[in-house]
Design a protein around this ligand. Structure first.
Ligand code: ATP
Ligand code: MG
Length: 380
């Protein structure tokens, strides 16, 4: 929805009371800590009003630092942070109208869920009837109405997490920042809460940045994922583009589980040569390169380029798929097959690569993607 419409809606009062356009813009944002760590480097990001963006990357890449900068818990070394049209670099956290939910959410242990929810509003001197109304609304959204009289220790982990979310949404902030909010929950609860957060976002349409380590969470929550590494944005793209067209080797290796296989080699006159294989790949300059193959793109049908005869060292039958490990020249690789293959450890079979499903990267540190492989989305 454009600014004009939002403004209009506000004037006519037929839309939820959103006071401002809550776009987030980060411009050349930098954060260096005194120890010399450059945690965030020249970060540029534009998040639309009402959008949910996921931030992923290896441990220590600057995800939490980025959120803390936006929330005002850290001061930027340089660069600009805009919320709506306001430059907020020098605004204290309370004036930024942002709610942050941490991995280790803290509820006040000695007071009830009702009081935990109401706490922030009381501090802001919101009138009692309004607090009562908002607590009931929030409890209804999160389905915790029956828990309002309990104290935190009388709740399950998932219920506590819901109360923590409730404390964030009851404020009706312009922006939500979630820093791995589900990482303390068990697998089943995570899936349930993931769905609830997605639902909540559809309902409230609050601009949100969601940090996670969990790839499935990242791939399912958002249409736009930001991949950070060593404080630098590597790629901002849709889940499928990150998977099928990673911009560089870092992204290729980070997205997907098990990870993409990398094979060092050299291109000479249109042929990729490595110790493992020799594959025709015309149209690229001669020189050292790295070939990337996703586990599921090793196939046993000879319909693509021949890779090598490999001997499986370990075979994991997962039920819905089979994961098989083999080594080439001291490097372990992994292949993923359909559920019903009967490969066993010690078996030697010829492997091929699914046609056009390989990725080619430069061999330098940048590891930039060289090919335009467009794997048809409908190919199995
Ligand atoms: N207060 C601090 N003082 C000095 N260095 C810090 C401080 N906070 C974070 N760092 C460093 O900044 C870098 C980024 O840290 P950050 O917490 O943002 O990473 P992260 O991506 O959130 O990692 P994780 O996935 O492990 O939570 C790390 O190298 C970290 O050690
Ligand atoms: Mg973190």
């Amino acid at each position: 929805m454009g600014d004009f419409l939002r403004f209009n809606a506000r004037k006519t009062g037929n839309r939820i009371e959103r006071i401002d356009v809550s776009r987030i813009q980060l411009k050349n944002l930098n954060k260096s800590y005194s120890g010399g760590v450059h945690a965030v480097r020249d970060l540029n990001l534009d998040i639309a009003d009402g959008e949910l963006v996921v931030l992923v990357g290896p441990s220590g890449c600057g995800k939490s630092t980025t959120l803390r900068l936006i929330a005002g818990l850290e001061e930027a070394t340089s660069g600009e942070i805009y919320l709506g049209n306001r430059l907020v670099n020098h605004l204290p956290p309370v004036e930024r109208d942002i709610a942050m939910v941490f991995q280790n959410y803290a509820l006040y242990p000695h007071i009830t869920v009702w009081q935990n929810l109401a706490f922030g509003l009381k501090m802001r001197r919101i009138p009692k009837p309004e607090i009562q109304k908002r607590v009931m609304e929030t409890a209804a959204i999160l389905a915790i109405e029956s828990l309002l009289d309990r104290r935190p220790w009388e709740l399950s982990g998932g219920q506590r997490q819901r109360v923590a979310l409730g404390r964030a949404i009851i404020r009706r902030p312009q922006v939500f920042l979630f820093d791995e909010p589900l990482s303390n929950l068990d697998a089943k609860l995570r899936i349930q809460m993931r769905a609830e957060i997605a639902h909540l976002h559809h309902r409230l349409e609050t601009t949100t940045i969601y940090v996670t380590h969990d790839q499935v969470e990242a791939m399912t929550l958002s249409e736009r994922i930001v991949v950070l590494d060593r404080g630098i944005v590597q790629q901002v793209d849709s889940p499928l583009n990150l998977y099928h067209r990673p911009a560089n080797r870092l992204v290729a290796g980070f997205i997907g589980s098990p990870s993409m296989n990398f094979i060092e080699g050299r291109l000479t006159e249109g042929i990729f040569h490595s110790n493992s294989c020799h594959i025709n790949m015309s149209g690229f300059p001669n020189g050292p390169v790295i070939l990337g193959v996703r586990p599921e793109d090793f196939i046993t049908d000879p319909v693509g380029p021949y890779f090598a005869d490999v001997t499986f060292e370990l075979v994991e039958h997962m039920g819905h798929e089979t994961i098989a490990y083999f080594s080439r020249n001291g490097t372990q690789h992994v292949a993923r097959f359909a559920a019903d293959v009967s490969h066993t450890p010690g078996a030697t079979i010829p492997l091929y690569i699914r046609p056009n499903a390989w990725h080619l990267f430069t061999a330098d540190d940048a590891g930039k993607r060289l090919n335009e492989t467009i794997r048809p989305m409908n190919s199995g």
